[in-house]
Design a protein around this ligand. Sequence first.
Ligand SMILES: Cc1cc2nc3c(=O)[nH]c(=O)nc-3n(C[C@H](O)[C@H](O)[C@H](O)COP(=O)(O)OP(=O)(O)OC[C@H]3O[C@@H](n4cnc5c(N)ncnc54)[C@H](O)[C@@H]3O)c2cc1C
Length: 468
Amino acid sequence: MTRVYDVVIAGAGTAGLSLAYLLGRAGLDILVLDKRTKDNIGDKICGDAIAEHHFQETGLPRPSGDSLRKSVEGIYLYGTNLKYGVKIVSTSGGYVVDRHRYGQQLLESVTGLGVEVLGDAQAIDLYIDDGVAKGLKYRDLVSNEVRRVEAKIVVDATGYTATLLKKAPEKWMIEKSIERRDIIPAYREVVEIPKPIWDVDNLHLHFHSRYAPGGYVWLFPWSGDGHMLNYGNGIVGGVELPKPKYLVDLYAREVMPDLLAERKIVKAGQWVIPNRRPRHVFVGNGFLAVGDSAIMIDPATAEGIGYGMYGAYLASKVIVEAIEAGDYSQSFLWKYQKGYMSSPYGLRQARLDVFRIMLQAHSSDDIEFVIKHRLLTSRELSKARDEDDVISGFEKYMRAFKAYLRGGGHIIRDLDYALKMMRRVRKLYMEYPESPDGIHEWIRREEALFREVKQYFSIYIPGEWRAR
Ligand SMILES: Cc1cc2nc3c(=O)[nH]c(=O)nc-3n(C[C@H](O)[C@H](O)[C@H](O)COP(=O)(O)OP(=O)(O)OC[C@H]3O[C@@H](n4cnc5c(N)ncnc54)[C@H](O)[C@@H]3O)c2cc1C
């Protein structure tokens, strides 16, 4: 008789392994497969930063031993000039990890719970029977044979590629493709530098239109002495621009020659980030997606590890209930879909997608203006992630007045519009349908809202790159 697992998870990234950990702890029979060799699991191109609160909210294992490179307090944001920074303080701080070792740490934790993990196994298709996912097909990359695995629930945790999700039957109404403007091409290096970074206790995001149009350059401490950095950039997708790597080299030479021009590159590579609100639908009959595959990310900072962990946390609860009830239908698994969309994470993600689109419509000089003239303070920026009214009416009026006097009227107008749209988006996401029945109408309203936002905010590209 063919073995039928409770759950098969394609992809052993942070989302897939987090889910495997939670389901393994619940005593379910799990198989995880990844196209990487087992030793390479975790070696993802990433900024490697994770906030502590995600571990508190999910109960997932924190990085420990040599997985942990550096504990950090918060994030500094800068516009064009590094002289003006605003710090977003996270009450519980965060970590910069060695992503490869952290992946290996998670792998050890799941195998310790009895989860089976298969390396060199590339998922290529869903195995569908009568409109229901009953397993998946994968290619054994050593023998090149195609094999089939059966399971009650199939999970796509393959990251950006979303390999299985893209094979879903049309009837499930899964959103398969996204706009190129919502994708961030990124380049990352781990480097050794001759002198330490000026502040080793915080992450640094430099919003600079020349070196990261529509995105930012990041500098994250990767060692306690500040002599190692995780360094890279992400730029807006769908626009003809220089390659991120070219811009990272330019930044090293022009902005930080003493720190970065002579850097020794330990690791380097490029990858893409799906950087927007969650997919409208990411569950089907016997199927669900988690992490980048479902698009779980903070669009303002491209922080996706913690969002995927939270998705895994919600998915694990619904999967355990589904297995107990013997019901793997899309209607049952919708509880996970609805749960994520109207959770604090889903609401924040959707609201910050409006904020991200606004940011991409502004130059880094505008961002510098906001920071320099304290149009949004550190406390307000931290609160703005979850709350719509972060400034009192009077204070808002005073700041708007000062900004107009200094020539920042257009920024105030845009901030006002974005806050209004963020309120509307939150309301819409709270009204996400309880079952698949109302989904067409919800998608229609959601798409109309984001179309309006994108029409209002066209992407800002600096003149030097526009001429190409
Ligand atoms: C340059 C860069 C910097 C980033 N910086 C940060 C940061 O500092 N902090 C943060 O929180 N987020 C960051 N992100 C985003 C973060 O990396 C992702 O959101 C997160 O890794 C998503 O986890 P995941 O498990 O969904 O996908 P992934 O980590 O991409 O894992 C997917 C796994 O699936 C496997 N796989 C893929 N296809 C198949 C297949 N067909 N069959 C079998 N296995 C398959 C892959 O080998 C991989 O192991 C960054 C992203 C990039 C590109």
